[in-house]
Design a protein around this ligand. Structure first.
Ligand SMILES: [Fe+2]
Length: 209
């Protein structure tokens, strides 16, 4: 059994239409996400071999491959759980209160997240993260799958801004895709991630919150 496996979706490939086409979902999950899972496992195997052979000549490339593929696996796994058919609207309860506290209002939060997705140069993600030392929500622009993410930050809600996430359906109109996902958010899932992340205690200087 390899260390990482491709998780099944909680819904059919076509269940997010018309906002995300079934063709995109099938390719995105079955080819792109599956590729990251496969390559994370392959890279772990190569690291095992490198230790066994005491040959560390390719170590830097292997570490980079592990960070890229494992982060790709984790972010896609979160993205699928963040979405649901007939989702959207707005969160309530503690998630809504914390978004208001840290971003000023839900509208300011959603505007920033969409802009962060739209202004990525190259491939990347927009992510709402929980920062467990300052105990606050932040939005992060992630390059590829792993660069520019604050250490310790826990991704709660992510938008895939790679062309493979939208191009077959939206072509170069990526702003329309970044609007469309707001019909699909599973706020219950995102609120549950916040609740779990809040329990993290790094044993470092706490912020005022
Ligand atoms: Fe993707």
């Amino acid at each position: 059994m390899p260390p990482y496996t491709l998780p099944d979706l909680d819904y059919d490939f076509g269940a997010l239409e018309p906002h995300i086409s079934g063709t995109i979902m099938e390719l995105h999950h079955g080819q792109h996400h599956a590729g990251y899972v496969k390559n994370a496992n392959v890279t772990l195997g190569r690291l095992d071999e490198a230790r066994a052979m005491e040959d560390f000549t390719r170590l830097a490339a292997l570490e980079r491959a592990l960070a890229f593929n494992l982060s790709g696996h984790i972010l896609h796994s979160i993205f699928w759980k963040n979405l649901m058919p007939k989702g959207g609207d707005r969160p309530d309860g503690e998630l809504a209160r914390t978004l208001d506290r840290d971003f000023g209002s839900f509208d300011k939060f959603s505007r920033q997240l969409k802009e962060v997705a739209a202004t990525i140069m190259g491939s990347g993600w927009a992510a709402l993260i929980w920062e467990p030392i300052g105990k606050r929500l932040l939005i992060t622009q992630i390059y590829d799958h792993q660069s520019n993410l604050s250490q310790g930050g826990v991704p709660l809600m992510v938008i895939d801004a790679w062309e493979h996430a939208y191009y077959l359906q939206y072509r170069n109109r990526k702003g329309e895709f970044f609007e469309a996902v707001w019909h699909l958010w599973n706020w219950k899932d995102i609120a549950g991630r916040l609740e779990a992340a809040r329990k993290l205690d790094f044993g470092l200087t706490a912020g005022p919150r």
